[in-house]
Design a protein around this ligand. Structure first.
Ligand code: AR6
Length: 315
């Protein structure tokens, strides 16, 4: 999955590079900076002394010493002064410059903390939006797996209204098993393959074939589709090369979302992979909420899944 959001301590991440939210001196501090220096050991500080500091929005790279990654990329985020002082531009350039540096050093896996969202006071939801936008822009042109590593759940401040709407949706539908409201995405009566056949009407077309057909119908390129679905290129090639490929449920859903399929078509695509959304699954109800509301932003969906402690799409 090219962009993922993980809850963890960044100093524990096994990857090519982790990014440090440093200050202009690069000589350590509190927050994630302090945690990284503590875990790396004194060698990191010695190397940092030789770097001569770093401008806000820029990035510099060092070794990782005792950390389980290869490099530490140090970037300096802006201090939040209310938003009218070029903060967003500077924060975007932290991500862009760090990613360019990672690319220069042939890194395939990179982990970011939410830069500026701690001591520097950037509102967490805004900081997350900037991170996601800038990383997504980079990933359109580059092959890399990038993780945003958040420490605490409060880092996710998706709109309270959205959370309340989803909760209400779940409460209304997440009832007893085998409850089948009319006209929604759920075909939970369909147990036997024979029944599925009745619903779909045709079993000739496989998941892979239907997916490729729909990509064409939408006028998308393969890359546009798998990138929007947040699916790895290698996994997409497997699906493309094997008409009988059976994807996992989150993968099938990720494609339905990337293709922006209306509820009925999304249900058809899922059925091709042998899945249906069930009212006895919270995960399914959250997905259904987004598809029915025609909100097809995978990252937004993943933020909501994260909020409700559910597995993420494409992960
Ligand atoms: N792993 C992942 N995320 C973490 C960790 C961790 N181990 N520890 C904290 N965070 P901050 P800033 C999150 O304050 O706002 C330092 O003193 C934290 O919850 O570390 O860019 C520097 O030297 C927050 O969401 O960085 C600078 O002086 C995010 O990391 C200044 O702080 C960033 O919080 C930089 O401030």
């Amino acid at each position: 999955m090219p962009l993922q959001i993980i809850r963890n301590d960044i100093t524990r991440m096994r990857c090519d590079a982790i990014v440090n939210a440093a200050n202009n001196t690069l000589l350590g501090g509190g927050g994630v900076d302090g945690a990284i220096h503590r875990a790396a050991g004194s060698g990191l500080l010695e190397e940092c002394r030789a770097l001569g500091g770093c401008e806000t929005g820029e990035a510099k790279i060092t070794g990782a010493y005792k950390l389980p990654c290869r490099y530490v990329i140090h970037t300096v985020g802006p201090v939040w002064h209310g938003g009218g002082f070029g903060e967003e531009k500077l924060l975007s350039s932290c991500y862009r410059n760090s990613l360019e540096l990672a690319k220069q050093y042939d890194c395939e896996t990179v982990c970011f903390p939410l830069i500026s969202a701690g001591v520097y006071g950037y509102p967490k939801d805004e900081a997350l939006r900037v991170a996601v936008n800038e990383i997504s822009r980079f990933l359109l042109e580059n092959e890399m797996t990038v993780s945003i590593v958040v420490y605490d759940k409060q880092s996710f401040q998706i709109s309270k209204k959205l959370i309340a709407d989803i909760r209400e949706y779940i409460d209304e539908r997440y009832i007893q098993e085998h409850y089948v409201p009319r006209g929604n995405l759920i075909y939970s009566q369909c147990k036997a393959p024979g029944d599925l056949r009745d619903v779909v009407g045709s079993v000739d077309e496989s998941f892979s074939e239907m997916l490729l057909r729909k990509i064409d119908e939408k006028g998308m390129t393969d890359a546009q589709c798998y990138k929007k679905a947040n699916i790895d290129r290698k996994l997409f090639s497997k699906i493309r090369g094997n008409p009988q490929y059976k994807p996992s449920k989150p993968t099938a859903i990720a494609f339905a979302v990337a293709l922006e399929l209306p509820p009925e078509e999304a249900a058809d695509l899922l059925l091709k992979a042998g899945y249906a959304l069930s009212p006895s699954s919270k995960f399914d109800m959250i997905i259904e909420y987004f598809i029915r509301s025609r909100r097809y932003d995978i990252l937004e969906i993943n933020e909501a899944l994260f909020e409700f402690d559910q597995p993420l799409l494409g992960a």
